[in-house]
Design a protein around this ligand. Structure first.
Ligand code: NI
Length: 389
């Protein structure tokens, strides 16, 4: 495979590798990315960027302006996961129980490399806003940054994100318009019946039997009421009831998650879950309560920006190494909040084969340093094409 890395970026690969491994050795989780944020802010300042800290607590924004022109945002996430690292690498986590198992160390290093190169070369006209966000993993740092005025303080016409993807070869990208990652919501439901002696069920209202019917009925929502071309998943993942062999309990607690790709499907699933469960429980003489926790929306790319991102990726890796029809992932991503606020595109970049358990969120995972030059080159080519001189 011939990669067409930006020459100046290629010269930064060793430096990016050192940054990446330093960040890897010092993983920090949601809103506690103080060391990482300080490292990012220091580097950006040393490259000559205007630096802003404190947005969403530990977020860092670097602004690079070169004449008048459009403004675009480039985003990297900085946070790690609560995982005990098992890689045995010499730069493995020095923070027990925490680990960069999603490659955000690599994302941060690549965007820093691109910032350095773009500041040195200034081969663009306009403004680049480099967004280093905290708390991507479940805590919605992107949402908080947007709520705290990210795009009011730093107006951009479009915003772009990137995630490494194990299982895709180094030097490949996947880009598509429309949904690429799912919306994720969790729920907690309580079915209240009336406890009784296990041998005398007629004297009570058994919430366990009602729960069994509810769980079964919920599985008909996707298969019977959603267009087969649309995707959704309803998973009941926790079931809590009773504590004796011979006692029918008063209540059953059901917990789980729902994933979907559009707001129509998302709303429909919630509505049907409540309607079915209420009807079934009423029939059994039990009561039903549902509490929803709406989490990340679907990550959905806008058409024009997806096309532009695909072209920038093809510039680096060649057209035949850009997959324009990837199957969307049922995983979720908080860059969705930025894409809800501005048009833009989120791409996947190959991290090499996911062999040996080297998949995202795995204790054996490590970001592939061979991808650093590819990702940083993509950022540079994207800026040069969107903000032409
Ligand atoms: Ni991630």
């Amino acid at each position: 495979m011939t990669l067409n890395l930006v020459p100046g970026v290629e010269a930064l690969v060793d430096e990016m590798t050192a940054w990446r491994r330093d960040i890897h050795a010092h993983p920090e989780t949601a809103y506690e990315e103080t060391r990482t944020a300080a490292l990012v802010a220091d580097k950006l300042a040393s490259f000559g960027l205007e630096v802003h800290t404190g947005l969403a607590k530990t977020g860092v924004v670097g602004v690079l302006k070169n004449g008048d022109g459009p403004a675009i945002g480039l985003r990297a996430d900085m946070d790690a996961l609560f995982i005990d690292e098992k890689t045995g690498l010499d730069y493995a986590s020095t923070h027990p129980g925490k680990m960069h198992a999603c490659g955000h160390d690599g994302h941060t290093a690549m965007l820093l490399g691109a910032a350095k190169h773009l500041s040195d070369e200034r081969n663009f006209k306009g403004t680049v806003v480099f967004v280093f966000q905290p708390a991507e993993e479940g805590e919605g740092g992107a949402k908080v940054m947007v709520e705290e005025g990210l795009f009011d303080k730093f107006p951009v016409d479009a915003v772009y994100g990137l995630h490494n993807w194990p299982g895709m070869d180094i030097g490949t990208f996947a880009v598509k318009a429309g949904p690429i990652m799912a919306a994720y919501d969790s729920f907690e439901a309580r079915i209240t019946g009336h406890g009784a002696h296990g041998g005398m069920p007629h004297l009570g209202v058994d919430p366990v039997v009602a729960a069994a019917h509810v769980i079964g009925a919920w599985q008909s929502i996707v298969s019977r009421t959603i267009n087969p071309q649309d995707a959704a998943v309803i998973s009941v993942t926790q079931l809590e009831a009773g504590d004796a062999f011979n006692v029918i309990p008063d209540t059953v607690l059901l917990k789980g998650a729902v994933r979907s790709f559009t707001s129509e499907v998302r709303d429909h699933v919630w509505k049907r879950m409540a309607e079915l469960a209420e009807g079934i429980c009423q029939g059994f003489g039990a009561e039903f309560e549902l509490s929803l926790h709406r989490s990340y929306p679907a990550t959905s790319n806008s058409d024009t920006e997806a096309g532009l991102a695909a072209m920038a990726a093809a510039d680096v890796v060649g057209h035949h190494n850009v997959d324009h029809h990837p199957t969307p992932s049922m995983g979720a991503e908080d860059f969705a909040y930025m894409l809800n606020a501005r048009p833009g595109c989120y791409v996947w970049m190959g991290n090499g084969p996911g062999e040996g358990g080297c998949l995202l969120h795995n204790p054996h995972y490590d970001f592939n340093d061979r991808a650093l030059g590819v990702g940083a080159s993509y950022w540079v080519r994207l800026v040069e094409s969107l903000l032409p001189v």
